[in-house]
Design a protein around this ligand. Sequence first.
Ligand code: GLU
Length: 275
Amino acid sequence: MYRGRLAPSPTGYLHLGHARTFWTAQQRAEAAGGTMVLRNEDIDAQRFRLDFVSAMMEDLRWFGFRWQEGPDCGGPFVPYAQSERGHFYRAALEELRQAGWIYPCRCSRSDVLRALQAPHAGEEEPVYPGTCRPAHGTIFERLETKGVNWRFRVPEGQGISFTDGCFGYQQFEAGRDFGDFVIWRHDAVPSYQLAVVVDDAAMQITEVVRGADLLLSTARQLLLYRALGLIPPAFYHCPLMNDDSGVRLAKRHDALSLRTLRARGMTPQMLRQSW
Ligand code: GLU
């Protein structure tokens, strides 16, 4: 049984690029006769705003998105907002600690902030130089989370490959394409990588459809699935949308936000035809 998801972060208004990716997700779920889940990825307390949550729901509905499970309608895997799912992330973190996959790190804050949000093309987290990485096999006795970040130790030199539904065969090398990444922030917030894996697994998502800027994150996430003994879903990454000057659409592109386009009299049908 196909289970897909829409996983927007309420850190700004949704734009045309989100709509196109989400539309692909919805069409794939419909074609498979599956279920669509809406998950509010409001984990980043510093960046998310409550008014963006209501705007997000309104914009999604206006555009024609429909979901069978979500924060507004419930479902078998409640809650559907990440801010209410802290105990799941904490349990996964504890499991990773016991298995010796993670270590505390006191390195720079900017790396860490970047790890929390989904990294975008050209904004990748730099490969961690290993400053705080302990000897192999070190298991930390306590999950001390005050003031330290926890990093996931990647198996250096190991290839991670998967076949993407859209981009085909993908291969990355741990330690070269990406390094030990933050999975828990010093202010007790799980990173995007951890939260998304825990949730996609818990909600039994069978295919993740999202933007191509997350291809490399998928490699990181596959390591987390493995470390947590979870079965990964299939992946389908969509080409990103650029503006007229070739710059990738982002939340700062107000002119192409769904709200602005709607206010200008555009209909969802007109927007879809423009793709
Ligand atoms: N909330 C994330 C984002 O908006 C979701 C990424 C994903 O689909 O995994 O970038």
